[in-house]
Design a protein around this ligand. Structure first.
Ligand SMILES: [Zn+2]
Length: 310
């Protein structure tokens, strides 16, 4: 059977709907719910990384499994200054059927679906789609890809290795918005089981993945160990140094706020948390905040409040 017309587009649309436009992660079972013209159709490979359905010329999807902190994601070390993402061939043989499938998707400029693991037991995947393969880097046995929505710029990306700075900036921004931010958010929220670390609030719509050290800083890695799930108020309070977190996981409120008299939000939402331990942390120790990052952030809190800590 050839690739049915419209299947790829309809799968990408369905995934966008199911994930609130790429924000929510899905389990393998949820991804299995996809149907095309009434029949279920498997979008994700269970065995190897690349899914090229029988009869298809081109690959349909590929995946990256979740790695615990400390284990590198295979694509991360290879995101170039050009903003393109690298995905390794399967094995060493360029003519291996799945590699041929990815190459064919490049030649036909077909959109692909990328499942990026953000949790295990059960596995959850962030859906990045569409993704286009821009070129093949044979000497490195890998493909270079861009998570972009519009394809007008693809020809520019595909010709030659030198890209305009404006195009590189565009790609870096798209990669951040469409890949890094949603993957960071899902990894952190899943590790905290959708609870605010400070107050335990359990509604994802009201939660953010806060960076302990801002991602513009040198230390500010987009890894779960530099993240904490926080409700909107505590995230803003943390970023503005109203609230600090001691490296031993005890909440500190800025001293002048402790003396202020105001309504219930100030009293219950901030003052009463002073001296309390964090209320939610990841079950796995390797996913908990890294000590040096907490120390770094707490030093900033102390200097921003001029040591004005109770
Ligand atoms: Zn909170």
């Amino acid at each position: 059977m050839d690739e049915p017309l419209g299947l790829r587009e309809s799968a990408i649309e369905w995934l966008k709907e199911r994930t609130s436009d790429g924000l929510e992660p899905l389990t393998r079972d949820e991804i299995l719910d996809f149907r095309f013209r009434g029949d279920s159709f498997t979008l994700q490979s269970t065995q190897q990384g690349i899914r090229k359905p029988r009869g298809f010329d081109a690959a349909l999807s590929f995946q990256t499994v979740y790695r615990m902190p400390g284990q590198k994601r295979p694509y991360e070390d290879d995101i170039g200054a050009d903003g393109l993402i690298r995905y390794a061939w399967r094995g060493d043989d360029p003519n291996q059927p799945e590699n041929r499938g990815l190459r064919r998707a490049m030649e036909l400029r077909l959109p692909l679906i990328w499942f990026v693991g953000v949790a295990m037991n059960p596995s959850r995947f962030q859906v990045i789609a569409p993704v286009y393969i821009v070129r093949e880097e044979v000497q490195h046995r890998r493909f270079a890809m861009a998570p972009v929505e519009e394809t007008d710029m693809l020809p520019d990306m595909m010709t030659g290795s030198v890209m305009e700075e404006s195009l590189r900036r565009y790609l870096r921004r798209e990669t951040k918005v469409r890949l890094h931010q949603p993957v960071f958010r899902s990894t952190v929220l899943t590790a905290y089981e959708n609870h605010c670390a400070v107050c335990n609030l359990a509604h994802p719509q009201l939660l953010d993945a806060a960076h302990i050290v801002p991602d513009r800083d040198e230390l500010g890695i987009a890894s779960v160990v530099n993240g904490m799930a926080m409700c909107k108020i505590h995230h803003a309070a943390f970023d503005s140094f109203f609230l600090g977190i001691r490296p031993d996981h005890v909440v500190q409120i800025r001293k002048d706020l402790l003396e202020e008299v105001d309504g219930p939000m100030l009293r219950h939402g901030l003052q009463e948390l002073h001296g309390k331990r964090l209320m939610a942390l990841p079950k796995r120790y390797t996913e908990r905040p890294r000590l040096d990052l907490l120390e770094n952030a707490f030093e900033k809190f102390k200097s921003a409040t001029l040591g004005d800590v109770a």
